[in-house]
Write a protein that binds this ligand. Structure first.
Ligand code: PLP
Length: 400
């Protein structure tokens, strides 16, 4: 079977809820992936930052294989000998008292929504079922019906109502808009420190700090969705650290399992996360021993290979080099660490054709929001590899 055969099968038998580049990947190693024709590509998407550690990291692979031979699933009806160690290591690494594991990022966001509502009723004293959560325009928090209820992206939500009430939308990057939106029923503010899917949107300096202060002053929880920005991607363990902000709740996913397995979690202190009691929340697969073993290895790699520091160093270099490329199409290059967006002018004709042109040159990147090309390679990328990619990027950014 060749590339076209696989694509034909996928188009015929699969739902068309994605518009992938026409590359059929069969193997990956580090920052590289290989298609079914044997062609090699630099992965500049990292599965939306789920592959911070690179493809098939040997240490995580080993943890997966060893654990898979022993026990993979117990359900939380019984305890297992991996989850407690994941809890402890997550707490030691992040400084939060506790965590609650789920599988997909969307489930972790749902978990945070439930938790802040419970906190509002049991601690803050909001009348039952009146809690409000403030969210930002342009957000991406996942695809469940509750989460798309507070999306502002028409394609994410238009045909999927009726929607879950209790969410207020304010413009992203405007702290005073949050202050004005707070009522006596506000449970939490839920934000991404950088809007990744929204087009690598970086809020004005001081925004997160101000939001955290406003939340504290008004007895409102601050929940940060660091599913894409967290675990080293932006050059710190969490992007909120750039402003010295410690959110009440941090949501992680994606790189938490280095691409081997869906593992997500929320992190918080005991005064908040301690509110859940048996029966109120759960997941058959959440916290299973295979997931926990994989996540433990994925976290060890982030720590031992100093991936946040690498992201800071390599990201600064990559972004400087991208910004120096003369191009009639580029409006702005922005980012933090190795989460970089190249925004094209409206006259460029959309980012998709540039991604297709880079694919031909052996670089896989994906457009986000029509006009932005996102560059987010695995954090293990070397300077030589960036230097290898730059001439091709330069050529593509100068095509007609
Ligand atoms: C990817 C992502 C999610 C959703 O994660 P899934 O695992 O796809 O459910 C939520 N929030 C942010 C910021 C993300 O980037």
């Amino acid at each position: 079977m060749n590339t076209q055969d696989y694509i034909a099968l996928e188009e015929k038998y699969g739902a068309h809820n994605y518009h992938p580049l026409d590359v059929v990947i069969t193997r990956g190693e580090g920052v590289w992936v290989y298609d079914v024709d044997g062609k090699k590509y630099l992965d500049c998407l990292s599965a939306y930052s789920a592959l911070n550690q690179g493809h098939v990291h040997p240490q995580i692979l080993n943890a997966l294989l060893e654990q898979a031979k022993k026990i993979t699933l117990t359900s939380r009806a019984f305890r297992n000998d991996q989850l407690p160690l994941l809890y402890k290591e997550l707490s030691e690494m992040t400084g939060y008292d506790m965590s609650l594991p789920m599988n997909s990022g969307a489930e972790a966001v749902e978990t945070a929504v439930k938790l802040v509502r419970k906190w509002a009723y049991r601690v803050k004293g909001v009348p039952r079922h009146q809690a409000e959560i403030i969210t930002a325009a342009g957000n991406f928090h996942g695809r469940t019906t509750t989460i798309v209820s507070f999306s502002t992206e028409p394609s994410y939500r238009d045909d999927f109502g009726p929607f879950t009430p209790g969410f207020i939308t304010v413009p992203y990057g405007d702290a005073s808009a949050i202050e004005k939106a707070i009522t006596k029923n506000t449970a939490a503010v839920l934000l991404e420190p950088i809007q990744g899917e929204g087009g690598v949107i970086i809020p004005p300096a001081g925004y997160l700090k101000k939001v955290a202060e406003i939340c504290r002053k008004n007895n409102v929880l601050f929940a940060a969705d660091e599913i894409q920005t967290g675990l080293g991607r932006t050059g710190k363990l969490f992007a909120c650290e750039y402003e010295g902000v410690r959110p009440d709740i941090v949501i992680v996913g994606k790189a938490l399992a280095g691409g081997f397995y869906p593992v997500s979690a929320i992190l918080a202190d005991k005064s908040i996360l301690g509110l859940f009691t048996p029966g109120e929340h759960g997941s058959t697969f959440g916290g299973n021993p295979l997931a926990a073993a994989v996540a433990r290895a994925a976290l060890a790699v982030i720590r031992d290979e100093k991936l946040a520091e690498r992201a800071e160093k390599m990201g600064t270099y990559f972004m400087e080099q991208l910004a120096e490329i003369p191009s009639p199409h580029v409006k702005e290059v922005r980012g933090k660490g190795l989460l970089i967006g190249v925004e094209l002018k409206p006259s460029a004709g959309g980012a998709r054709r540039f991604c297709e042109a880079m694919q031909k040159k052996g670089i896989l990147a994906k457009e986000t929001h029509e006009n932005v090309i996102r560059f987010a390679p695995p954090l293990i990328i070397e300077k030589d590899t960036i230097d290898w990619a730059l001439p091709s990027v330069r050529e593509v950014l100068n095509m007609k």
